[in-house]
Write a protein that binds this ligand. Structure first.
Ligand code: NDP
Ligand code: HSE
Length: 450
């Protein structure tokens, strides 16, 4: 079936031919006949723009397709859909605006750009009867954007809880396993292996999971971008990444993984957005989660997202959250959807729109349980002082354990689990704890999901 204007081909322009771009190109080349049958026209890569023309590519494209001239790609009238898989806010944002201004649909995997400017970009595209699709921006190969824009639309969504960064989940899984192995070896009087965090990060980079700048992964920013996108779609109000409390995984120590395991928890970088009567609280941080919870058992590059809707109850999406192939699945799905719309000549498509502004609350309003690891001078009365300080701020201790004692230095590590408390009160208590002469340092402070 030709397009409404009589063409049998739909032109695609790729900006970026790295991990994601090469996966997309490979799928389009290898499954070309199947896609043509599904859509009703052949999808043809007209140009693929890169920075470095001499870099070897993971996919072979017809001669003359690869270019470093993005301007020519954007100006090419034979390109109907621009696929932006280069990443970063700029110049990607400018390229997408230019593509829209030239009457081209856009598919993007760029969570940073969509999280920060998606609402405006989408509005501009729709003013021109065009669409920007971004399924690959969250959760790699897991369908999340389409369900949030369409399948869950009937619901009032009250919470989104997610493991949404493959790189950090890969690293945390490795660190948890390494901590358990090291402890077992130590008990047998054997020397545990070194390495760990850096080695796991290097592997995640080699596997194509990490962002071009992996700081975005390990500092929690990538997860915050993704949470902002999901919360904006799910709560139908604008949630900007700057409104999300964000902590990374770089401060975690093997002691915390061991303490978690002994207490029956895993440590995961959780991205959580909750809607209360007062507003929305959104956070990304390494968090204790009971081993009995499905999210605690999501390991390696796998991501999982739990969404609670008033009609559906809790639904769980799970799958590979990063890497060339899963991400190419999401990008190509968007491409096929747009191509089909072009074939049918459909201009007006379903547009998600905000329903009004819901206040975004600061983290001081959060109420949850907390895990603290405090290095103290090992002498009588210390625990009583700490308990008193927490109690003065209405933070009640649920369990306490003296974990490690250094007899030479006369110091000890206290592991404390609190009952539910207000974050504002806990933070005030921590500030006061840090001033006590018996407290050497508050070594760890993590929230506990239950
Ligand atoms: P890569 O670094 O592997 O690829 C980026 C590509 O963009 C490269 O081909 C690069 O060219 C090209 N590029 C960068 N800047 C320019 C520019 N100014 N002009 C032309 N081309 C440019 O990144 P990924 O493929 O991993 O990621 C791409 C996007 O997909 C990002 O937004 C990322 O967040 C997102 N994403 C990535 C996932 C993953 O698992 N990797 C999963 C989901 C989303 P050259 O090769 O010459 O350097
Ligand atoms: N760097 C991202 C991750 C890629 O590790 O999850 C997928 O968005």
């Amino acid at each position: 079936m030709p397009t409404k204007d009589g063409r049998s081909q739909i032109g695609v322009g790729l900006i970026g031919l790295g991990v994601v771009g090469s996966g997309v190109a490979r799928a389009l080349l290898e499954r070309s006949d199947y896609f043509a049958r599904q859509v009703g026209a052949e999808l043809v890569i007209r140009r693929a723009a890169v920075r470095n023309l001499t870099r070897p590519r993971a996919v072979e494209l017809p001669p003359g397709t690869i270019t470093n001239d993005v301007e020519a790609l954007l100006a090419d009238p034979a390109i109907d859909i621009v696929v932006e898989v280069m990443g970063g806010e700029e110049p990607a944002g400018t390229y997408i605006r230019r593509a829209i201004a030239s009457g081209k649909h856009v598919v993007t995997a760029n969570k940073e750009l969509i999280a920060k400017s998606g609402t405006e970009l989408l509005a501009e595209a729709h003013r021109r009867g065009l669409d920007i699709m971004f399924e690959a921006s969250v959760g790699g190969g897991i369908p999340l954007i389409a369900p949030l824009r369409r399948d869950l639309l009937a619901n009032r969504i009250s919470s989104i809880r997610a493991i949404i960064n493959g790189t950090t989940n890969y690293i945390l899984t490795r660190m948890a396993n390494a901590a358990a192995v090291a402890e077992a070896l130590r008990r047998q009087g054997l020397e545990p292996p070194t390495g760990g965090y850096q080695e796991a990060l290097r592997e995640a980079q080699e596997l194509g999971y990490a962002e071009p700048d992996p700081t975005n992964d390990v500092q929690g920013h990538d997860a915050a971008y993704k949470l902002a996108i999901m919360a904006t779609l799910g709560f139908r109000t604008r949630v900007h990444p700057s409104q999300i409390h964000t902590e990374g995984i770089t401060q975690l120590s093997p002691s915390d993984f061991l303490a978690a395991l002994e207490l029956g928890y895993a440590i995961k970088l959780l991205a959580i957005a909750e809607r209360t009567d007062q507003g929305i609280i959104a956070r990304v941080a390494p968090t204790f989660i009971p081993l009995s919870e499905p999210l605690a058992r999501v390991d390696g590059v796998y991501n999982a997202v739990q969404i609670h809707g008033d009609l559906t109850g809790t639904v769980l999406f799970q799958g590979r959250g990063a890497g060339s192939e899963p991400t190419s699945s999401a990008v190509v799905a968007d491409l096929l959807d747009l191509a089909h719309a072009i074939v049918l000549g459909t201009r007006e498509r379903k547009y998600w729109g905000p329903e009004g502004d819901i206040p975004i609350l600061g983290l001081e309003h959060l109420e949850t349980r907390y895990y603290l690891r405090v290095k103290v001078t090992d002498k009588p009365g210390v625990l009583a002082q700490i308990a008193r300080t927490l109690g003065d701020h209405h933070v009640s201790i649920a369990a306490v354990n003296q974990k490690e004692t250094d007899t030479d230095a006369r110091t000890a590590d206290l592991v404390i689990m609190t009952h539910r408390a207000r974050e504002g009160a806990v933070q005030a208590a921590l500030r006061e704890l840090a001033t006590l002469p018996v407290v050497i340092q508050v070594s760890a402070f993590l929230r506990v999901e239950s």
